[in-house]
Design a protein around this ligand. Structure first.
Ligand code: GAR
Length: 205
């Protein structure tokens, strides 16, 4: 398959929950010009709503039971078997081992804050409690360490007077759905160049 004269890259998405970022990626990849397509969803929770959402969208979606190194090996075997070139974490709520990160293709993650502020769980609540006036979301490459790794794209979202976790999370999520497909498209078009901690975005070739 080709998009604008290029090979369409095959990506996988790993999820644990709801799957709205996964859906945004699947939607984006349906555009005729989009340079990647989603070939596999891997879930760490059998009840993850993302699994049924993916199947409804006609994408192969598998739950891997268990955890730890056996879980990771099974995921790596699937990734290799399906020739996936990029793994997107989309609400994947486990920490991956250094071995997985080394052996897998590049991995991206989306996080609901302007990293390095507020890593870990409940980022939106952390932002509200801290009292920041602007929060947002970050797409980054995954390295060892929680929500660290070179930053690809960020979007700022103003915190409004009277915002609770729900309202802020909803507005941040809308921004997440915009920047994740953009980051994946940049990667698929070979427009990203990592230099240390910095990710340079080259003009489209
Ligand atoms: C998203 O807000 C994502 O940024 C966050 O989990 C949510 C998943 O929603 N991820 C993290 O906090 C990672 N540290 P979704 O399942 O609807 O995409």
């Amino acid at each position: 398959m080709r998009a604008r004269g290029r090979e369409v890259r095959k990506i996988g998405i790993m999820v644990s929950g709801r799957g709205t970022n996964m859906e945004a990626l699947i939607q984006a990849t349906r555009a005729p010009d989009y340079p990647a397509r989603v070939a596999l969803i891997i879930a760490s929770r059998e009840q993850a709503p993302a699994l049924s959402r993916a199947r409804q969208a006609g994408i192969e979606a598998l739950y891997i039971p268990g955890r730890g190194s056996a879980w990771e090996q099974e995921a790596l075997d699937l990734i290799e078997d399906r020739d996936l070139e990029l793994i997107c974490l989309a609400g994947f709520m486990r920490i991956l081992s250094p071995k997985f990160i080394q052996e897998a293709p590049p991995i991206m993650n989306i996080h609901p804050s302007l990293l390095p502020a507020f890593p870990g769980l409940n980022a939106q609540q952390q932002a509200l409690e801290y009292g920041v006036k602007i929060s947002g979301c970050t797409v980054h490459f995954v390295e060892e360490g929680v929500d660290s790794g070179p930053i690809i794209l960020q979007a700022g979202v103003p915190v409004k007077e009277g915002d609770g976790v729900e309202e802020l999370s909803r507005r941040i999520l809308q921004a997440e759905h915009q920047i994740y497909p953009r980051a994946v498209a940049l990667w698929a078009r070979d427009a990203l160049e990592i230099e240390g901690r910095r990710v340079h975005i080259r003009e489209e070739k």
